[in-house]
Design a protein around this ligand. Structure first.
Ligand SMILES: Cc1cc2nc3c(=O)[nH]c(=O)nc-3n(C[C@H](O)[C@H](O)[C@H](O)COP(=O)(O)OP(=O)(O)OC[C@H]3O[C@@H](n4cnc5c(N)ncnc54)[C@H](O)[C@@H]3O)c2cc1C
Length: 514
């Protein structure tokens, strides 16, 4: 894959996008498909910032209705089905059960919210909401007997880190140069162009490039970028709010998720995760420290365990937490007092004095709205780049999502029937991670032996080589945490053996520890 020193980069390039989270990767893809020359760089791995640490929902955001965020909710509701069609392998529908009792928001308010949710727009495939009698329906089984009523509604699940990789891949297929582990260390205006210095993480090699437009998609580092890289004395407009998730062994059988209301009125998701687990979150804590230092606190663990224990028969304690992760929301500061109430909508700041090269900075946003955000960003940039093509991503599948009629189930049946030798769990993994690209990865293989060395839990050498050769994976974390979730399925010994193999393959003795 191209690296900073050998990449062929236009001079000047139309667009330099700094930050390969979901927003930067989405903008790079959209821009490249409109015919612009694009460089997308990230100082670390793709999706190594907030975009691999989200709640992994493509959702309208039921709770945002309480803050009258109708524009955001409507856009997000419509996007659910657009994204579902474009990547049915990594995005799938999920039903959410909302147990209800008298201590919570009144039932009429919940019903009104769900009615709006069903009717604000865009719902074609996803089933609408319904009431549940928890005393008779299976969804009541894992819950404490005090809960007899519930509502149930639809949203979607997404593999957030893979969504970023697929956008970067699509950007590359459309001609963009994608440079992970390449930091933008400075940009300076030189008339109607930007002069940018990029630095490769490993070799420390630097390269100057010229760009007509720079997009600052650095997420929680958006202002660090403005101050440190551009040299601006920017007034602070970003509100950094940490959110953490716990991973525990699954509390119940069944594909449904639960949305539970805590005593402080905050809502918490308990979602099925990676087959054997539940993902529980999130919190809203002001992140005063550097976003690089983000970590879950013991208080957050206790808070999430206590909220879960108010609803489920199976109790959890901090010792039951198998893993946890925390991310920082780069929210636009609308001066709300409560971190949960700060707007989740996105805001653009365009700095473009007459005759000067423009800089577009992005605040806020959600995984769910990244594609619309990208379209809106390019609309903003159109006056500076009138030759750009029209919006195109609304009907275009992401890599691996090009299944007939976006029908994942039928595609899966055919895929499995053609490979009776592939164990069900391995087939499921390939289908979910790679969609139609799985056929290319498996190639002419006719047995598991053809997949090379087995590292455990269905991870074979052939998949690793694909990730390294085609998805910019380099380290242990890239492979088993972001491109896949094998870190939850391999034993510690297997991880150690895989790390040692990877280090040997890479000719280095330092594969990063998980
Ligand atoms: C706990 C939590 C739960 C969430 N849940 C959901 C959810 O369920 N659904 C949903 O839709 N949204 C959710 N979100 C919101 C969503 O995750 C974020 O809005 C989104 O991931 C932000 O993406 P980004 O591209 O702006 O930032 P990031 O993903 O952080 O990307 C910014 C990138 O910029 C890079 N960078 C920084 N400085 C430089 C530099 N100088 N040079 C090169 N690269 C640089 C960083 O390395 C980083 O990779 C959640 C967020 C959190 C924190």
């Amino acid at each position: 894959m191209a690296d900073l020193t050998n990449a062929s980069i236009a001079d000047p390039v139309d667009l330099l996008v700094v930050g390969a989270g979901v927003n930067g990767a989405g903008i790079a893809r959209d821009a490249a498909g409109r015919g612009l020359s694009v460089v997308l760089c990230d100082r670390d791995d793709l999706a190594s910032g907030t975009s691999s640490r989200s709640g992994k929902l493509v959702h309208g955001g039921l709770r945002y209705l309480e803050y009258y965020e109708f524009r955001l909710v409507r856009e997000a509701l419509i996007e659910r089905e657009v994204l579902l069609r474009s990547a049915p392998h990594i995005i799938w529908p999920m039903r959410f059960v909302l147990p209800h009792d008298k201590s919570q928001r009144p039932a009429w308010l919940v019903r009104l919210g769900l009615f709006l949710y069903d009717h604000l727009g865009g719902r074609q495939k996803l089933p609408g909401c319904r009431r549940l009698d928890l005393r008779t329906e299976p969804e009541g089984e894992p819950l404490l007997p005090g809960y007899s009523k519930a509502f149930e509604y639809s949203d979607c699940w997404v593999d957030d880190a893979r969504l970023v990789v697929l956008n970067a891949k699509s950007a590359e297929q459309n001609g963009a140069v994608v440079l992970p582990r390449t930091e933008c260390v400075s940009i300076r205006r030189d008339g109607d162009l930007w002069q940018a210095t990029l630095r490769a993480d490993h070799s420390r090699a630097e390269r100057q490039i010229r760009a007509r437009i720079v997009v600052n998609a650095a997420g929680p580092w958006v202002e660090k970028m403005l101050a440190g890289v551009v040299g601006y004395n920017a007034r602070s407009r970003v509100r950094l709010v940490r959110g953490s998730h716990l991973i525990v062994r699954r509390l119940y059988d069944g594909p449904q998720a639960y949305l539970i209301q805590n005593t402080d009125k905050r809502v918490i998701f308990v979602n099925p995760y990676e087959g054997d687990y539940n993902l529980i979150g999130t919190t809203d804590i002001p992140q005063d420290a550097d976003p690089d230092q983000v970590a879950i606190s013991p208080e957050e663990v206790a808070y999430l365990c206590a909220a879960t224990n108010r609803y489920f028969k199976r109790k959890i304690a901090p010792e039951d937490v198998v893993h946890s992760f925390s991310g920082v929301r780069p929210l636009y500061d609308d001066a709300a007092e409560d971190p949960s109430a700060v707007t989740r909508d996105y805001v653009f700041d365009i700095d473009a004095e007459a005759g000067c090269a423009p800089l577009l900075s992005i605040y806020g946003g959600k995984i769910t709205t990244y594609r619309k955000l990208a379209e809106h960003a390019l609309e903003k940039l159109k006056p500076f780049m009138p030759k750009m093509g029209a919006a195109w991503t609304g009907n275009a599948p992401l890599p691996g999502g090009d299944m007939p009629d976006a029908d994942y189930e039928s595609y899966g049946i055919r895929f499995r029937a053609e490979r009776p030798w592939l164990p069900q769990a391995v087939a499921q993994h390939y289908l979910r991670c790679y969609g139609t690209i799985a056929e290319r990865i498996l190639g002419e293989a006719r047995s598991l032996d053809d997949l090379g060395r087995h590292f455990g839990a269905g991870l074979y050498e052939r998949e690793v080589r694909y990730l390294v050769d085609e998805e910019w994976a380099m380290t242990l974390e890239d492979i088993i945490e972001r491109r896949t979730k094998y870190y939850l399925h391999l034993s510690q010994d297997e991880i150690a053996r895989f790390a040692a193999w990877l280090a040997r393959e890479r000719g280095t003795s330092q594969a990063h520890a998980v």
